[in-house]
Design a protein around this ligand. Structure first.
Ligand SMILES: Cc1cc2nc3c(=O)[nH]c(=O)nc-3n(C[C@H](O)[C@H](O)[C@H](O)COP(=O)(O)OP(=O)(O)OC[C@H]3O[C@@H](n4cnc5c(N)ncnc54)[C@H](O)[C@@H]3O)c2cc1C
Length: 303
């Protein structure tokens, strides 16, 4: 029996583990894929307090070293479900392994929605970015493309237009689906060129992005020659497996309170996987700290 099982070894999950370990609890982290989570795919992080610049991989490695040195156990397992049995939880993996804990912290993050078109997987982080807030400044002074039609896309376009000489905003339909106020701001930006009714069909380039090829409604194709393309076509939380135990909002994010507690006593949610406004490293770490502490307190009070 472990005190706390953390599902997901991203920044939120590992920070939760860090705090729980420092509160004297035993912790098992179950990770399906990438130790470090999303940030491992970022070539350059410049907004983490006290670190001027670091690669996402190095940041993840440092955190991993920190939590394992404190005694966290880590297993590569994809969690399929959580079952409550009295006042403990059985966490069951894809391989049908069962792990028991007094408390569970879900920190499964999100995945940016992908197109799944040629070149996308190969060029992610090499010109294709899903976070203009994080990566936009790297393309200061360059022409860039942005694909998307919602609030995130509008905000990214406005941000990019403040330091890029030209921003092509590419949408599938003939309008935006974000706030009207944002659309109005976007329309005032002379260096934004909106191209409606096109769909991306291919990212060009070998080791770096060199362009994006689109199809018009009449099936003709054209390529925008840009070194950066920001994709903001939505994010996908990965919480379906847990809806027997936590409430999800209408987008699939876990509903939790200020202490990261969910509707089930003893189950907490931290990081990008939960309902919140800002999904970044610092807020993931903040949630992790809160959830790790709250889970530790829950155990102290109930066992
Ligand atoms: C390319 C890129 C660049 C970015 N750059 C920045 C930046 O510069 N600055 C910044 O502040 N933010 C940046 N972000 C955002 C930042 O990475 C995230 O907000 C943050 O890492 C979220 O951490 P998390 O732990 O909540 O989730 P994640 O990092 O998504 O971690 C969740 C982990 O849970 C695992 N998992 C999911 N489901 C299961 C399951 N069923 N069983 C087991 N494991 C599971 C996943 O494999 C993953 O490892 C960037 C994001 C990307 C994609």
């Amino acid at each position: 029996m472990t005190d706390i099982i953390v599902i997901g070894a991203g920044v939120a999950g590992m920070t939760a583990a860090l705090n729980a370990l420092r509160n004297g609890k035993t912790v098992l982290i179950l990770e399906q894929e990438t130790l470090g989570g999303q940030i491992s795919f970022s070539p350059r992080v410049e907004n983490f307090p006290t670190i001027t610049q670091i690669t996402g991989m190095e940041l993840a490695d440092r955190l991993y070293e920190q939590v394992t040195a404190l005694g966290a156990e880590v297993e590569l397992e994809k969690v399929e479900r959580i079952e409550q049995q009295g006042n403990v939880f059985n966490v069951i993996s894809e391989d049908d392994k069962s792990f028991t804990a007094r408390s569970v912290i879900i920190a499964t993050g999100v995945k940016s929605r992908r197109f799944t078109i040629p070149g996308e997987e190969e060029l992610e982080g090499k010109g294709i970015s899903y976070c203009a807030l994080c990566d936009g400044a790297f393309y200061k002074g360059q022409e860039v493309a942005l694909i998307g039609d919602g609030n995130t896309a509008l905000q990214y376009a406005i941000l990019l237009s403040s330091y890029c000489p030209k921003v092509y905003v590419c949408t599938l339909f003939d309008k935006f689906f974000g706030d009207k106020a944002l659309v109005k701001v976007l329309e005032t930006k002379e260096n934004i060129e909106v191209v409606h009714n096109i769909s991306a069909i291919r990212f060009e380039g070998e080791s770096e992005l060199t362009g994006v090829t689109f199809k018009r409604q009449d099936n003709s194709e054209f390529t925008l020659n840009v070194k950066a393309c920001f994709v903001a076509i939505g994010q996908v939380p990965k919480n379906e497996a847990f809806k027997n135990i936590v409430d999800l909002d209408n987008e699939g994010y876990i509903i939790s309170n200020e202490t990261c507690a969910t509707r089930t006593l003893g189950v907490f949610a931290a990081g990008d996987c939960r309902t919140k406004d800002v999904r970044q490293l610092t807020t993931a770490a903040s949630d992790g700290a809160v959830a790790g502490y709250a889970a530790s307190q829950y155990i102290d009070q109930n066992f």
